[in-house]
Design a protein around this ligand. Sequence first.
Ligand SMILES: [Zn+2]
Length: 513
Amino acid sequence: MLSRVFTGSLYGLESELITVETDLSAGLPALTLVGLPDLTVKESKERIRSAIINSNYKFPAKRITINLAPASTKKEGTHFDLPIAIGILASIKIIDSMTIKDFAFIGELSLDGKVNHINGALPLVIGIRNKGIKKIVLPISNAKEVSIIDDVEIYPISKIDEIVDYFLNKTIIKPYKNSGYNIITTLRKDKADFSDVSGQETVKRALQIGVAASHNILMIGPPGAGKTMVARRIPSIMPPMTYEEKLEVTKLYSIAGELSERSPMILDRPFRAPHHTISAVAMVGGGSKPRPGEVSLAHYGVLFLDEFPEFNRKVIEMLRQPMEDEKITINRISSSLTFPSKIMVVAAMNPCPCGYYGDSNHECTCKPYQIHNYLSKISGPLLDRMDIQIEIMPVNYDSLIGNNKIKPRNSEEMRKEIERARTVQLERYKKEDINYNSQLNPNLIKKYCILNKESKDLMKEAFYKFSLSARAYNKIIKLSRTIADIDGINQIEAKHIAEAIQYRSLDKIVRGI
Ligand SMILES: [Zn+2]
């Protein structure tokens, strides 16, 4: 007796509808899995056998062949347990094949028949739904996460016999409806706001410029200057994500197993701050069960690299591809897969090993060669991609207690100017293949960054004074374009160039020692 059961399979963020075909034939009792299952799926055999027997069903003493169709693509993950078990039960007519034909199943089984939580439920359900299957049976712990998809019927179960009893009309399972979702979207978390940051107005201005055109930023300053505090607030000045963006980020967190019952959907732009001891796999993704890395978990948000020179060089080098292509390709033995990675990189570092070079309140105890060695760790191609380098110093006493006359700018004011500057750029580049000034190549710079006489003279002076490379020269002009956009001015003026030249703090330190 042949049975067919629907499920899904995951490739990066995409998923495909899979049919589990189960066939029983005479012969020595055996269970054979075909259709390119990988090791994680092959291991399921013993779990499925025990789960069926321990749920008090008969396990067929026959030759069982299971095909995962289409057979051309590799199948990974433990979520095939449940559909395979259902297929076996249908093939021995414990369940009527006709009653399950409109359903799909995903879930991992325990030996005692419990149905366990799986990673990646959200993209799996979306993929299955897109193929027209709207009734999905899955682990109860995944119900909330997938309930943000509104046109599917979710049948949450905790044990395999619950769904068998349902198909035998012995019990009722009410499709899961998430009544809490609307509450979650309105009750947003208490947010960190730039109004909490006093006396760092120049730093805030630089971050605003960075966010306005997705320029990557390097912050240099002594311990206690508040680098982490300001970095954490960057998502608060980014425009809110659209529903589609939220869904895409949530899918990534679903695959990574980072969604919780309390936050089944990622609503705010991510802020990821991996420790400098992070491994390459954790940073870019991969592993035996492919998981998105930090570069993808920061998708549409900020990847913050504190203690930047301490990161493993190899790990840092691996950031080049996502920073350039806005996605990361993970090569594996038999296949490769891609996760998105549209990120703004914000790195932070001390100016020297002791941390106090250039600080007027502390003496730096480092020798020049020690500072050189330290700074040389970060030179190279990645540094080239840091358009903005800023110094950040601890705030003085007056600013700290709010004694200064200037009220700190809050995130909303800053975000409004950013949104305006972004709109200007999107309009300007609508016929080009780019969205923001940070993506301008040398040809496009010539086209869109016309300098007046005064700006040209200033650039020429800077070119000789700082012996700028062509790359550095272009970087300053791109940044001036963004500064003019933030100020709402079409013509790049000398003051914009002058400000852009300021954002080269690391070069300044290197020149100073
Ligand atoms: Zn020092």
